[in-house]
Ligand binder design. Structure first.
Ligand code: HEM
Length: 115
């Protein structure tokens, strides 16, 4: 499940960065950003539940909910509830932070399991 979540988040980054740079124009390709984002947010919520392993609980909780935050901002923009440039960049930033947090929390869990 970890590897799936990481692949989905990197796909989100590539699609999103491609969109920012004007490279992703095909609507069918772009629509995948919504589907993959929804799936990634659900998997993060399920996978990053609190654990007994010696990991940073705050980091883990942030990693658990950040993909959902990115999803909600993205959906609010999709439905035109948010239309200002600030929330555009807030979404991009929250998406990139989500990738980093999930990587960090995953690394902590793997190291905790090894020791
Ligand atoms: C957990 C990660 C992410 C989720 C769940 C997510 C979700 C979404 C959703 C649902 C939308 C609305 C789709 C649309 O406007 O057609 C969206 C839009 C967008 N996303 Fe993401 N996204 C994520 C990460 C990223 C990242 C990392 C980037 C950039 C590096 C990015 C760039 C964009 C851009 C440029 C838009 C269009 C915004 C607009 O035109 O209003 N996303 N995202």
């Amino acid at each position: 499940m970890w590897i799936l979540l990481r692949i989905l988040l990197y796909a989100q980054f590539l699609l999103g960065a491609g969109r920012v740079l004007g490279l992703v124009r095909n609507p069918f390709v772009w629509e995948m950003h919504i589907g993959i984002g929804g799936l990634a947010a659900i998997i993060a919520l399920l996978l990053l539940k609190s654990t007994q392993a010696p990991v940073n609980a705050g980091l883990r909780a942030a990693a658990r909910f950040m993909p959902l935050v990115a999803l909600l901002i993205g959906l609010a923009r999709y439905f035109d509830w948010l239309i200002d440039p600030f929330t555009y960049w807030l979404h991009v930033l929250s998406g990139i932070i989500a990738v980093g947090l999930v990587e960090a929390a995953g690394g902590q869990e793997r190291r905790a399991q090894r020791s």
